[in-house]
Design a protein around this ligand. Structure first.
Ligand code: IVH
Length: 498
């Protein structure tokens, strides 16, 4: 291949991959199979290795990650990254609406408001110069943020190169979100490795941006939705014109926005999305109402912390009442004992909830839980539902309080509590079955020895058949013992299939 041929092929592959990427991740209209996409990407990576002089910073090969940085550079924001004032009721929204009406009494035209969803992730600022992504900063303290450009480049919906007629230099802001599917995949992997899963997609998104290894970020399958434009000279008059233009330049803009002039219109948006948002593939925690006209925005200005021209309306976490059936006490790998509530099954946020963790003795005591109490369950930003309170009017007068146990439910050893710690522990670490099993499972997990051929099921089986009692026993297992076990497991799983 001549230099010129290589240059042309790299250019062709880059354009093809950018096009398919845009169709898949921004428009949600796949135009090629995953296999064919990977083939084109592999060819591009190989060619760029052989001809590095033709590898550009906007190449789609940047998406797979690879750059590992030592630490984040702190960079000052050109425009401070403020937050929105929060409102929680229709009357708060009415106050906002009337305040704007009073401050714009001179304005003759009807004032328009753009209603958008409030995406629950990590705020991001992106800079584009001559159509190329040059810098991505986290919010940080609002004055300066971390340079996370290497990580942002791995997000397929973030354009590395813009299309169409874009301004020479501008900043665009939005939210990096972790879609539910990516979140479940990541947490399943965390559990398998024996590490702590993320509490919610928001924490997972911001935690991912702070990774030093961009390859790991690429694996986490983040998404990025843009919603604000910053430039010294604004090429549009309204926010809705910006949203429209940004979509043409290749950004992912949420299609779920509306323009209203009336208070009733704003209320209707808020009501509609309170339930409709549950069908979206990522978390939203409210609506945002923005004055559409940029000149009016400028006139209204900012308070010390928030813009006066926009406000957030926060949705209430969904809450249901159900009854406590019993409390189990589970012993973990470290010996810590966790109380878990068994509940009368109840639908909440798209799933049926039967159990909820009570975390530790302090949490249990603060709730002052009694047997058969009716409890309120909430699913806020957290995926795992929480018991947030007890309905005292429904308490049976004879019901005794739920007491924390004194002895280990597995080996009967008296529990101990270290000073300053919330958890009660079983100190019998060498002989308490769940502690031994937990340690063995941790030992074989991906984060530790990464023993592929063993999983939690086999460890359980080996332990229950008294073939292992410690890590050392794993290395004494014979071929015949393991083959015998394989058969038991495959027959067992066949049984389960039937
Ligand atoms: S506009 C001056 N629009 O919510 C702030 N923010 O406290 C302009 N957010 O930090 C922000 N969805 O991270 C805006 N549609 C949306 C948003 C949104 C989520 C976040 C953003 C901001 C926080 C507000």
């Amino acid at each position: 291949m001549t230099n010129e041929e290589a240059f042309l092929r790299i250019d062709f592959l880059s354009q093809e991959l950018n096009k398919h990427n845009y169709q898949y991740y921004v428009l949600d209209q796949p135009s090629i199979s995953d296999y064919d996409f990977d083939m084109l990407m592999n060819e591009l990576i190989l060619l760029e290795k052989a001809y590095p002089q033709y590898c550009h910073s906007d190449s789609p090969s940047q998406r797979v990650g690879g750059e590992v940085i030592k630490k984040f550079e702190q960079v000052r924001h050109k425009y401070p990254m403020l937050s929105l004032g929060n409102t929680y009721s229709e009357s708060d929204i009415k106050d906002f609406y009337q305040r704007i009406m009073q401050s714009t009494i001179e304005t003759e035209n009807e004032i328009e408001y753009v209603c958008e969803l409030k995406f629950d992730g990590a705020a991001i600022s992106l800079w584009y110069e001559n159509g190329l992504l040059t810098r991505a900063l986290t919010r940080g303290d609002g004055i300066q943020g971390d340079d996370v450009t290497h990580n942002i480049k791995t997000i397929p919906s973030v354009p590395l190169k813009l299309r169409g007629n874009y301004p020479k230099s501008f900043e665009i802001r939005g939210e990096v979100v972790m879609p539910h599917k990516s979140f479940e995949m990541l947490n399943a992997q965390k559990l398998e490795e024996g590490s702590t899963p993320f509490a919610n997609p928001r924490n997972a998104a911001s935690g991912s941006l702070k990774l030093l290894d961009s390859k790991e970020v690429a694996r986490r399958k983040l998404d990025c939705i843009l919603y604000a434009f910053y430039s010294d000279d604004l090429p549009f008059n309204t926010h809705s014109e910006f949203l429209h233009a940004a979509a043409e330049w290749g950004f992912k803009i949420s299609p779920h926005y509306e323009v209203y002039s009336s208070l009733e219109g704003i209320y209707s948006f808020i009501h509609k999305w309170d339930s409709a948002r549950k069908d979206l593939p990522y978390d939203t925690d409210g609506a945002v109402i923005k004055v559409n006209d940029f000149q009016l925005q400028k006139m209204l200005g900012f308070t010390a912390k928030n813009p006066r021209w926009a406000v957030a309306y926060k949705y209430k976490a969904e809450r249901v009442l159900t009854q406590l059936v019993s409390v189990d006490f589970q012993v973990g790998r470290t010996g810590a004992v966790t109380p878990v509530a068994n509940l009368v099954p109840v639908p909440l946020g798209g799933t049926t909830v039967k159990r909820a963790t009570l975390h530790n003795a302090d949490v249990m005591q603060n709730l002052d839980l009694h047997h058969y109490d009716f409890v309120y369950l909430e699913k806020g930003g957290e995926i795992i539902p929480k018991i947030v309170g007890v309905e005292l009017s429904k308490r049976l007068s004879s019901a005794p309080a739920v007491e924390f146990i004194l002895n280990c439910p597995e080996c009967n050893t008296p529990l101990i509590r270290m000073e300053g710690e919330a958890a009660w522990y079983c100190p019998n670490s060498d002989h308490c079955p769940p502690q031994i099993k937990g340690k063995l499972e941790h030992f074989i997990s991906r984060k530790a020895m990464n023993i592929d051929s063993l999983g939690e099921g086999k460890i359980e089986m080996l332990f229950d058949n008294q073939m292992i009692r410690s890590v050392a026993d794993l290395y004494q297992l014979t071929y015949d013992q393991l083959i015998g076990l394989e058969k038991v497991i495959s027959v067992d799983s066949e049984d389960r299939k039937i």
